[in-house]
Design a protein around this ligand. Structure first.
Ligand code: CDP
Ligand code: MG
Length: 726
């Protein structure tokens, strides 16, 4: 049954008056671009209009860049439609398919549709494909664009709709054969923009949270009623800011300063891409009379989530963004300044229901120096999985693939090199049978490689599946902010530490979690993230399924033990998990078949490590001081102060990823032996010559004029690399 109140809400959306016009346009044209202000109703309404007016249409696919959006929108739309989620309307995201044979409208991530296109380039189940939030320009969306253009050539009867915020419209239309565009006029009120008097964005990186909280307090005391949206960069920032604002507000009240001329109370909400924060319906509700609502949000509030009632926007000027690090050949999440287009979008959030104000924490000059548009992700990410999928789709010449904005050829070359090192492609760039097998997994190719070698070479796939599942889930260690709790958390962590490092530690944690019956309280007491573990449990089942279906055996390397005795001695020693029931060697060897690419060697005299990859680096580790120093992450079992192992006993490490704090930290590291990877290292020598050499990188970098580069580890590393290569 359709709720009349919801029906009314639907009719009040800015898109509603254009309903017939939209239906007519879709009837007439098979390629169409529709733009409109965020919140006008594109995502929730247009697919329903099609559902209601095109009875012959079998299946409509709507892609979203964010998993969380696909889920919550599908939920909202099935409510509006009066059906159960998963019936007529459902969603598909990686590892979670909530659709049935009855489903006619499927919200999905762009990644899921991309994988479908891999096996069925005609997308023959669909009559309509809607690429939503196209302005976000994720790698998946961009590749999808290229593929859809090919699909359209094969199936001109397929209807393709591109939906986007009011940005870059001509580009989409040009790409799709200069197709017509349609704009839904939104209701936009005037937004007064206030720049900070003199703060340069380059100097704000360490202070923007404080300044954002100060500005929030200022608004609370000085400005007329209206809710406040604050753009920060990530969960940690946001949680800190929420706490700080609440504390400061209490302090104000106590010290009896002139407090809140207009508004007395406040409610403060975090908003980032996790289910808990999105499901807090209160974020979307009007606060009680006389109360001001503050929402501290990531970029998710810039275009994909609309919070009604916002009158004030505080823009930190920063965003957390995936960026490629040529030093490690991996993507890292970095906090970087936003673009002018993003700043305009953010400010616009203040003018949805009435005139508003935007406070920018940076000066006008910094705004003028920002990039005009956000650089599409494809032009700044490692492309490894994307290039592998493209190869699987039979696209040989990736450099000449029909991209709406082609990626940097250097990054494509780099991805090809890594795939060659993973033995997924041969020296002529053709997919190998191993590479072909790797595409069965919806995972980073490194992890797919490890899964295959554990099943085919090292007979430990049962354990590797667990480790890979843990690596695919979110961070398992919960880090409390409170110092006392921090100590308890550290102690709790220690009981899982394995002397070989973090991969075995992850296995220990998973096994202990299973032994306790997947108990949430057990996790809480040990400061383990229950959600991460339950995701890992679910992912594990799915990976096992995929392996079994593809003839990869699940084999355990569990030791034949006279278990009771061993268990008892282990319990007597405090280091219960330090040695496990498993022989770590095959497990680590499997990991090393891919992660030899992330091999690091200890400095002969100092407690740091160096990336040991290319032939050049390997000979110069001892002498070349310009190489980036890598440190072991403090949460690692191998971190010297955790006293599981002595740093002198660590010569060779493999690491899962690098994160940058004030130094480069290796996350998830394990000790290996060089002779395990010696043979593989020769692949580095066989690497086909790359198209661009270091000197060209150097020229490109020095031509850029960006005042952030000094503080930006990626740029700094690039310079170091360029200098080293010159
Ligand atoms: O796609 P677009 O930004 O144009 O708008 P939309 O996502 O379709 O949102 C239309 C309205 O639905 C907004 O006012 C949202 O607040 C509301 N909405 C909601 O209540 N719950 C959701 N999960 C998504 C949207
Ligand atoms: Mg939308």
């Amino acid at each position: 049954m359709v709720d009349p109140k919801i029906q009314k809400q639907r009719e009040l959306l800015p898109i509603f008056p254009y309903r017939q016009q939209i239906i007519d346009a879709i009837k007439k044209k098979n390629l169409l671009v529709i733009t409109g202000e965020t919140g006008s109703g594109k995502t929730t309404q247009i697919p329903q209009y099609i559902l209601e007016n095109f009875p012959e249409c079998r299946l409509i696919g709507v892609t979203q860049p964010r998993r969380i959006a696909a889920m919550t929108v599908a939920k909202r739309v099935s409510e509006e439609h009066g059906t159960r989620l998963g019936n007529e309307i459902g969603y598909s995201i990686r590892f979670d398919d909530c659709t049935s044979t009855k489903t006619r409208l499927r919200y999905m991530t762009d990644g899921v549709l991309l994988r479908e296109a891999t096996t069925d380039p005609k997308l023959s189940n669909y009559d309509v494909i809607i690429v939503d939030e196209a302005h976000e320009r994720t790698v998946e969306t961009d590749v999808l664009f290229g593929l859809l253009k090919q699909t359209y050539r094969m199936r001109p009867e397929l209807k393709i709709l591109v939906m986007s915020a009011t940005l870059n419209v001509e580009k989409f239309s040009d790409f799709f054969n200069k197709c017509p565009t349609m704009d839904i006029p939104g209701r936009m009120y005037h937004v007064e923009i206030n720049h900070h008097r003199d703060a340069k964005i380059s100097s704000l990186k360490s202070t923007y949270i404080e300044r954002a909280v100060d500005t929030a307090l200022f608004i609370h005391q000085e400005e007329p009623p209206g809710d406040v949206l604050v753009f920060l960069t990530g969960q940690n920032d946001i949680e800190r800011a929420c706490r700080d604002l609440e504390r400061e507000a209490r302090h104000l009240r106590r010290s009896d300063i002139r407090y809140g001329k207009h508004v007395k109370a406040m409610v403060v909400y975090p908003l980032y891409a996790s289910l808990e924060t999105m499901e807090q319906r209160a974020i979307f509700d009007e606060p009680p009379e006389g109360t001001r609502k503050f929402v501290f949000a990531t970029n998710i509030a810039q275009t994909s989530v609309t919070i009604p009632g916002i009158k004030y926007v505080i823009d930190s000027g920063f965003v957390k963004q995936k960026s490629y690090d040529p030093n490690t050949g991996m993507d890292a999440l970095l906090v970087v300044p936003i673009s002018q287009a993003a700043a305009t979008q953010r400010a616009g959030r203040a003018g949805r229901t009435a005139p508003g104000k935007a406070y920018r924490l940076y000066c006008r000059e910094s705004y003028e120096q920002m990039d005009e548009e956000t650089i599409p992700e494809i032009q700044r990410s490692s492309l490894l999985g994307t290039v592998l999928s493209l190869k699987k789709m039979g696209i040989q010449d990736i450099i000449n693939f029909e991209f709406i904005d082609p990626p940097d050829p250097l990054l494509v070359t780099n991805a090809l090199r890594q795939l060659f090192l993973l033995e997924a492609i041969d020296a002529s760039g053709r997919l190998t049978s191993l590479g072909d097998l790797m595409t069965i997994f919806p995972l980073n190719p490194f992890l797919s490689r490890v899964l295959i070698s554990s099943a085919k070479e090292f007979n430990c796939s049962r354990e590797i599946v667990i480790i890979v599942s843990m690596l695919s889930a979110e961070e398992v260690f919960h880090s409390p902010k409170n110092e006392e709790k921090q100590m308890i958390a550290e102690e709790a962590r220690k009981q899982f530490y394995h002397s070989s490092g973090d991969h075995m530690t992850l296995l220990n944690i998973f096994e202990a979690y299973r032994d306790c019956g997947h108990d949430i309280d057990w996790c809480r007491e040990r400061y383990l993230n229950h959600r991460a573990l339950s995701i890992a449990k679910n992912v594990r089942e799915q990976i096992q399924d995929i392996m079994e279906k593809n003839g990869l055996p699940i084999i355990s390397c569990r030791r034949n033990e006279n278990s009771n005795d061993e268990e008892r001695t282990r319990k007597k020693r405090k280091t219960y998990y330090r040695e496990t029931k498993y022989d770590p060697e095959p497990i680590l060897q499997s990991l090393a078949t891919a992660y030899y690419i992330h091999l690091s060697k200890r400095h002969p005299h100092r407690p740091v490590f160096y990336h040991y990859a290319s032939g050049a680096a390997s000979e110069s580790v001892d002498s070349n001081s310009s190489l980036l120093a890598l440190h072991i992450s403090p949460t690692s079992a191998l971190y010297p102060e955790n006293k599981v192992v002595k740093i002198e006993s660590l010569d060779w490490l493999i690491y899962h990823a690098i994160v940058y704090t004030n130094k480069a930290l290796m996350k998830t590291v394990s000790k290996i032996r060089y002779n395990w990877v010696e043979e593989k290292m020769s692949l580095f020598k066989q690497l086909p010559k790359t198209r661009l050499d270091g000197s060209e990188v150097a020229n490109k970098e020095s031509g850029q004029n960006d005042d952030m580069s000094e503080n930006d580890p990626v740029k700094k590393n690039r310079r170091i690399e360029a200098i080293a290569a010159a």
